[in-house]
Design a protein around this ligand. Structure first.
Ligand SMILES: Cc1cc2nc3c(=O)[nH]c(=O)nc-3n(C[C@H](O)[C@H](O)[C@H](O)COP(=O)(O)O)c2cc1C
Length: 198
C-alpha cells in the first residue's frame, strides 16, 4: 500500500508562495509513490476551540472528542492515517496566520488535561510520523527565522500531533509581486522536503 501524506495548508490563497511550496513538496512525494491529500484550511470548516476542555478529560492514547461538529474530525483522521505531514503557513504579524492558529488550537484533544491538573500532558509523544514545515514571509528568510515565531509554531503543531520534524523551509521575500512565483531554489528545497517523507 502507498505511503499516505497529509498536507495542512494554512494559506488563505491558492497559487501564493506558501501554496506553491506546499504543492512542490506534495508533487515530489507523489512522484515517489506516496498518496498525498492536500487539505486547504481556507476551504474547510474549522471552528474555534471553545476552551471547554471536554476533549481533555478522559485519559488514554486516543484523541479526545471535541464538542464542535465540523470538518476537524475528518482532517485529524486523515493525519492519523498518514506516515508523513507537510505543515505550511504564511507569516502574518510575526507568527503563523490566524487560520493556521485556529487549527492549531483545535489540536488540544491530543492532550490529557483533567480539571485540577496545572498543565496538559501529551497522550502520545511519538506517533512515528515525520513532518516537514514550510513558511513564507515578506522579510528575507534569515530575518524571518530570527524574528518571527512562525517556524516555532509549526514545530509545536508537529510535536502536538506526535510527529518528528524532518526538515524546514522558510521562503523569504514572498510579497514583492501580486502573483509571485516560487524561486527555483526554494522549489528544489521544497521538493527535497517532500522526498524526505518517503
Ligand atoms: C495581514 C498580513 C500580515 C503580514 N505580516 C507579516 C509579517 O509580520 N512579517 C512578514 O515578513 N511578512 C508579513 N506578511 C507578508 C506575508 O507573510 C507574505 O505575503 C506571505 O508569504 C503570503 O503567503 P501566501 O503567498 O501563501 O499568501 C503579512 C501579510 C499580511 C497580508
Amino acid at each position: 500500500m502507498a505511503l499516505k501524506i497529509t498536507v495542512i495548508n494554512g494559506s488563505y490563497r491558492r497559487g501564493g508562495i506558501t501554496d506553491q511550496a506546499a504543492e512542490a513538496a506534495a508533487a515530489a512525494a507523489r512522484a515517489g509513490g506516496a498518496e498525498v491529500e492536500m487539505i486547504r484550511l481556507a476551504e474547510r470548516r474549522v471552528e474555534f476551540c471553545l476552551n471547554c476542555r471536554a476533549c481533555t478529560q478522559e485519559p488514554g492514547p486516543a484523541r479526545g472528542r471535541c464538542v464542535q461538529r465540523d470538518d476537524m474530525d475528518a482532517i485529524l483522521d486523515s493525519i492519523e492515517a498518514s506516515s508523513g505531514l507537510i505543515l505550511a503557513a504564511p507569516v502574518n504579524f510575526f507568527n503563523v496566520n490566524a487560520l493556521t492558529r485556529r487549527f492549531m488550537e483545535r489540536l488540544v484533544p491530543y492532550a490529557w488535561w483533567p480539571w485540577g491538573a496545572m498543565a496538559p500532558a501529551p497522550r502520545v509523544k511519538d506517533r512515528k510520523i515525520k513532518a516537514v514545515l514550510i513558511t513564507s514571509s515578506a522579510m528575507p528568510s534569515v530575518a524571518g527565522r530570527l524574528l518571527t515565531g512562525s517556524m516555532r509554531a509549526l514545530k509545536m503543531m508537529a510535536a502536538t500531533l506526535g510527529a518528528k520534524t524532518a526538515g524546514t523551509l522558510f521562503v523569504g521575500l514572498a510579497s514583492m509581486e501580486e502573483k509571485p512565483e516560487l524561486p527555483a531554489r526554494d522549489r528544489r528545497l521544497a521538493e527535497r522536503l517532500g522526498r524526505k517523507l518517503l
